[in-house]
Design a protein around this ligand. Structure first.
Ligand SMILES: NC(=O)c1ccc[n+]([C@@H]2O[C@H](COP(=O)([O-])OP(=O)(O)OC[C@H]3O[C@@H](n4cnc5c(N)ncnc54)[C@H](O)[C@@H]3O)[C@@H](O)[C@H]2O)c1
Length: 294
């Protein structure tokens, strides 16, 4: 989609990391910006920063895992701006640990934000984007998945499942739009490790979904390895934002920020098609493999 200037970009998880970097890029391109985030202070700071840089910007405290909150948010966005040119379903959280040690609370939290957050964004924004398209205004949707939507590394069960689901959801959304005769664009962003706040996701965990007991060895190991990998990410959030907007402008669906990992994706599918055991997700990056835990 060309001509982003003057259109409205709605970005969930926009107070930090990739979301904030995308908001900055949207500002550079002359877009009006609406940020949704569950974390109040960083949200206020992000709004102030973008406003000081000359953007027309709104910020709303929204928990994307809550369908009713997203419904009210969408109502307010369309009332305030009249249109949405770009919807970025980006808010996300990550936990970890062996699958059999991952509690109900963690599944609810991670799937609630990473998967249902995207579902809610689609349900409450897309019908009105389709309406606008019928009156001649097209638009575009970006969903943030992860390379964990394409390979399934150990210790990240709930996160892997949530991101595989976002890949399936986004491809289905693309096909559904085309089958409905819509040309609304879709871009699926699949980053690998990028230095952001994702390794500190616990800060946003609702107390009702707190871990029941102390962390197990595998949960600690997962946190340490994600922290290390995220801190060591060599591509910055600004670069990911630049790649994403380039794909939006060119109407491209898939964005893989770390092409060096793609051989692992190929090995995964080749192993499946050849009937072998699952390929080693860390085959290309053995240095990223978390050590064994009890
Ligand atoms: N950083 C990476 O290495 C990496 C890699 C692959 C995918 N991702 C994905 O990128 C997206 C952005 O994450 P990030 O890396 O910028 O991390 P981040 O923690 O810096 O940003 C995530 C934002 O989402 C917000 N958020 C969390 N729960 C929310 C909720 N319930 N409702 C609304 N907002 C909520 C947080 O407050 C935060 O501002 C996520 O979907 C993440 O899974 C990140």
């Amino acid at each position: 989609m060309k001509d982003l200037a003057g259109r409205t970009a709605v970005i969930t998880g926009g107070a930090s990391g990739l979301g904030l970097a995308m908001a900055r890029r949207a500002r550079e391109l002359g877009m009006r910006i609406v940020l949704a985030d569950v974390e109040e202070e960083p949200l206020l700071r992000a709004v102030a920063e973008l406003r000081a840089a000359g953007a027309e910007v709104l910020g709303e405290r929204v928990d994307v895992s809550d369908d009713a909150q997203v419904a009210r948010f969408a109502d307010r966005v369309f009332a305030a701006t009249g249109e949405v040119g770009l919807l970025v379903n980006n808010a996300g959280v990550g936990g970890g640990g062996y699958v059999w040690e991952t509690g109900e609370e963690e599944w609810s939290w991670v799937l609630g934000v990473n998967l249902m957050g995207v579902v809610h964004g689609i349900r409450h924004f897309v019908p009105r984007m389709l309406g606008a398209e019928r009156s001649g205004r097209t638009s575009h949707i970006v969903n943030t998945a992860s390379i964990a939507g394409w390979i399934a590394p150990p210790l990240l069960g709930a996160y892997n499942v949530s991101k595989h689901a976002v890949v399936a959801l986004s491809e289905t959304l693309f096909h559904d739009l085309r089958s409905a005769g819509s040309g609304i664009g879709v871009t699926l962003l699949s980053p690998a490790f990028v230095p952001t706040g994702i390794a500190r996701s616990e800060r946003n965990r609702p107390s009702a979904l707190a871990e029941a007991g102390p962390l197990t060895g595998s949960q600690e190991r997962a946190r340490e390895s994600v922290e290390r990998a995220v801190a060591g990410g060599r591509i910055g959030a600004d670069e990911v934002a630049r790649m994403t907007f380039e794909a939006v402008e060119e109407g491209r669906f898939y964005v893989f920020t770390h092409p060096q990992i793609l051989p692992s994706v190929r090995e995964r599918f080749e192993a499946a098609l050849s009937g072998g055991a699952p390929a080693d997700p860390y085959g290309q990056r053995p240095d990223r493999r978390p050590g064994r835990s009890g």
